[in-house]
Design a protein around this ligand. Structure first.
Ligand code: M7G
Length: 183
């Protein structure tokens, strides 16, 4: 028998859109999985994130939560943000960090705080790739801090990470949203 995961997860792919097309229209629901074996089958079957064209995203969210700010479960939430300057990072480092983040999610690595996890996103961009872990309530500072510490430890990511509320990301001025927390 296959080994069940605690949650069912959905993979989404954001396809770099045609000019003028709405963001949501380029967000494709790929498949869902709920066993260890199906996760690996999927992971081994799809393109590595670092090989995607600039402008692409992968998102892995708990089944039923759409990978967007507007979802009921994300509305009051925010994200831990990991940034990767392309000049200073290999594709392999980015892929390894993303895989470890996925393993933290599906393996429920955050103990009691795991129920605050909504999902994770990797944005492949021309200059700066990003990985973010979305949680459901930006006011839960203690839980968010615990989650951030575990993420840093598990991924071995040494630069600083910042947490921002989606409501601040949406209205960001310039390229930076307000940072609620930093680790
Ligand atoms: P991004 O892809 O998160 O990061 O946002 P980037 O700036 O590095 O490319 C790019 C744009 O995509 C945003 O300014 C929005 O127009 C759109 N967008 C991204 N997200 C995550 C959402 C979302 O959750 N909802 C909506 N409506 N638009 C989004």
């Amino acid at each position: 028998p296959k080994h069940p995961l605690q949650n069912q997860w959905q993979l989404w792919y954001f396809r770099p859109g045609a000019r003028g097309s709405a963001w949501e229209d380029n967000l494709l629901d790929v498949t869902h999985f709920d066993t260890v074996e199906d996760f690996w089958a999927l992971y081994n079957h799809i393109e590595l994130a670092s090989h995607l064209n600039a402008g692409s995203d992968y998102s892995v969210f708990k089944y039923g939560i759409r990978p967007m700010w507007e979802d009921e479960k994300n509305k009051a939430g925010g994200r831990w943000l990991f940034t990767f300057n392309k000049k200073a990072t290999s594709g392999r480092q980015i892929d390894e960090t993303w895989l470890e983040v996925l393993l933290c999610l599906i393996g429920e690595a955050f103990g009691e705080d795991s129920d605050q996890i909504c999902g994770a996103v990797i944005n492949i961009r021309a200059k700066m790739d990003k990985i973010s872990v979305w949680t459901n309530d930006f006011k839960r500072v203690q839980s968010i801090t615990n989650i951030g510490k575990i993420l840093k430890q598990r991924t071995g990511y040494t630069p600083g990470i910042t947490y921002e509320a989606h409501s601040d990301t949406i209205v960001k001025t310039g390229s930076m949203a307000k940072h609620l927390l930093q680790l």
